[in-house]
Design a protein around this ligand. Structure first.
Ligand SMILES: CC(=O)SCCNC(=O)CCNC(=O)[C@H](O)C(C)(C)COP(=O)(O)OP(=O)(O)OC[C@H]1O[C@@H](n2cnc3c(N)ncnc32)[C@H](O)[C@@H]1OP(=O)(O)O
Ligand SMILES: N[C@@H](CCO)C(=O)O
Length: 320
């Protein structure tokens, strides 16, 4: 939430320059507040687990958030009970006439396929095209990020020689960006993927900025300069035992799999992992929700298509 301060307090200018959100008294008096409408396009096979992980992070804010769960109509999920989907989920057809303040597109275990081979690719393309004019900001996670970067900007994914699996150290590449507000200089986040996107491909796209990366695990956070699309290649939302579950699953299946790096104490899979990425996950989601959704989206949700990116607003010197 913004700090509300007197109109001409000198701190306003200093904090504005640091992108710390302050609201003058006159603006606060005229501010209307409503619940935010956030869609979660859940592409994971472990849908119920993913719901909990994402809702836990979205719930860590004083803002009211209305959640709409979405699944692809063009694909029949093998692992999620039909009853769960019919009870709690909608499809794109149900909501395409509506506007959303935010949309989250999850990961999916389909990296081994070309994007075009994914059963719901045509539907996802439609959703990604729709999102440009009907959602204020979209947060893409892992495969969702690769799919978004490919669909919107033609950025390819590359197969890694071994799975990027574990907890990795990241640094802030671009300072004073609201999404990274309060981030430590070095912070940790989980990765669990067989593919990557490359810096040189992203740097060719003028609309994109690399916000955070890791020496070991590569690109981590990329966003459009207007903040309306955010791409995160890791899984900050993962719970303490999620990587262990993936590791145990692959060991049981007799697959060749290395232990997740920097995860088990002394690299001993019989010991419970120590969580060191939770504070980062909470900050990433609350910054996105606050600065890229709440502060940007119009009070009248039907005007979402007209929402401006925050960088443009800042340049014009107007109050967000
Ligand atoms: C890179 C990232 O984004 S990481 C995020 C993905 N991470 C995870 O999914 C971790 C949890 N998943 C798992 O542990 C496993 O996928 C399991 C245990 C749920 C299932 O494993 P398996 O039975 O070996 O795989 P299976 O062949 O059934 O396919 C798994 C999933 O792949 C996806 N999938 C596979 N082929 C396709 C395809 N052609 N088109 C679309 N989706 C596909 C589906 O999501 C499918 O599950 P669903 O039908 O329930 O949605
Ligand atoms: N996180 C995924 C990677 C595959 O896309 C898994 O281990 O299932």
């Amino acid at each position: 939430m913004p700090v509300k301060i007197p109109d001409h307090l000198p701190a306003t200018e200093v904090l504005n320059k640091e992108n710390i959100f302050v609201m003058t008294e006159s603006r606060a008096l005229t501010q209307d507040i409503r619940a935010l409408k956030i869609g979660i396009l859940n592409l994971m096979p472990t849908k119920i687990t993913t719901e909990v992980q994402i809702l836990r992070l979205l719930g860590n804010s004083p803002l009211q958030v209305d959640i709409v769960l979405l699944h692809p109509k063009s694909y029949k999920s093998k692992h999620t009970p039909e009853k769960h989907l019919t009870s709690f989920y909608k499809t794109f057809d149900d909501i395409k006439e509506e506007k959303f303040d935010g949309l989250i597109i999850t990961g999916a275990p389909v990296e081994h396929l070309a994007f075009e081979e994914v059963a719901y690719w045509e539907e996802l393309k439609e959703i990604m095209a729709w999102q440009l004019h009907n959602v204020t900001s979209t947060l893409h996670i892992c495969w969702g990020a690769q799919a978004g970067l490919y669909y919107h900007f033609g950025i390819p994914k590359y197969t890694l020689s071994s799975k990027m699996f574990g907890i990795f150290t990241h640094t802030v590449t671009k300072r004073n960006v609201p999404l990274l507000r309060g981030f430590d200089d070095i912070f940790l986040a989980p990765h669990s993927r067989h593919t990557e996107v490359k810096r040189e491909d992203i740097e060719k796209v003028p609309e994109l900025e690399i916000l955070s990366e890791s020496e070991e695990s590569g690109i981590y956070i990329v966003a459009t300069k207007d903040g309306r699309q955010v791409f995160v290649t890791g899984h900050s939302e993962y719970e303490p035992l999620t990587l262990k579950a993936e590791y145990d699953r692959d060991v049981t299946a007799g697959k060749e799999i290395e232990k997740p790096k920097n995860y088990f104490p002394n690299d001993d899979p019989t010991k419970p992992p120590v969580v060191n990425w939770r504070s980062h996950a909470n900050l990433l989601f609350s910054n996105w929700l606050n600065y890229y959704v709440y502060q940007q989206t119009p009070y009248n949700i039907n005007e979402v298509s007209k929402a401006e990116g925050q960088w443009e607003r800042k340049r014009e010197g107007s109050q967000v």
